[in-house]
Design a protein around this ligand. Structure first.
Ligand SMILES: C[S@@+](CC[C@H](N)C(=O)[O-])C[C@H]1O[C@@H](n2cnc3c(N)ncnc32)[C@H](O)[C@@H]1O
Length: 208
């Protein structure tokens, strides 16, 4: 099973899963937007799934215009029913987002999926290209710590691999992308059904 098939399969249960697992994404982005509310109108939500991040954006910034992308057609179908996205695309984010995305955005959210990408640094470079000057990137990475066996480089959902990164690797990726790091936090991202605590590095970065 590949990542698109896996998320197609869980799409109908996704909202329940994120609630049961205490997934941090929606809560974290809500806090970030509440402290930056005046700056953003045009949003790009990468790996949008059924739209939990879009729903928070629309709640905090009612005039927001949001474009969503996801590899799973079932997720995109459910996101469209939510009514918070101006446009939605089925797209593999391991492929370039331009020329599909030609506008410039005030903020890009990229939460809960970089662990599935083969080149997350390339994703950051693309985000840099589609942000307006001063625009913000909100992104998460699964945390790897070589000195902690509970934070391995790779974990698995069946045959789908999750790749985690160290804090210094994330800092280097942000720097190489041309974005400027505003904040970096290591937090518990979610707790799986088997009790595995998946830690995330949550970053805010700015287009310079
Ligand atoms: C854990 S969910 C996170 C969804 C949402 N961003 C959030 O924070 O709630 C991961 C989403 O990323 C999508 N995804 C995974 N790999 C992807 C890829 N290569 N390209 C586009 N979307 C991908 C999945 O289909 C799924 O909907």
């Amino acid at each position: 099973m590949n990542v698109a098939e896996m998320y197609d399969e869980v799409s109908g249960r996704y909202e329940e899963l994120i609630s049961d697992s205490k997934y941090i994404g929606p809560h974290w982005i809500e806090q970030k937007l509440q402290s930056n509310i005046h700056a953003y109108r045009e949003f790009l939500d990468l790996g949008c799934a059924t739209g939990p991040i879009g729903a928070v954006i629309s709640n905090v910034v009612p005039e927001a215009r949001i474009v969503g992308l996801d590899i799973s057609s079932e997720m995109v179908e459910l996101a469209s029913k939510r009514g918070v996205y101006e446009q939605l695309y089925v797209h593999n984010l391991d492929e370039p987002i331009q020329p599909l995305i030609t506008n410039k955005y005030d903020a890009v959210t990229a939460l809960g999926f970089s662990e599935f990408l083969s080149k997350p640094e390339q994703m950051l470079k693309e985000i840099n290209l589609v942000l307006k000057e001063g625009g913000r990137c909100f992104m998460s990475f699964q945390l790897h710590d070589p000195s902690n066996e509970k934070l391995p480089r790779n974990t698995y959902s069946g045959s789908v691999v999750h790749t985690a990164y160290t804090e210094s690797e994330v800092q280097n990726m942000v720097q190489n992308s041309g974005l400027k790091l505003v904040s970096l936090e290591s937090l518990c991202g979610y707790v799986s059904g088997r009790g595995y605590e998946c830690h995330y590095i949550m970053i805010e970065a700015r287009k310079i």
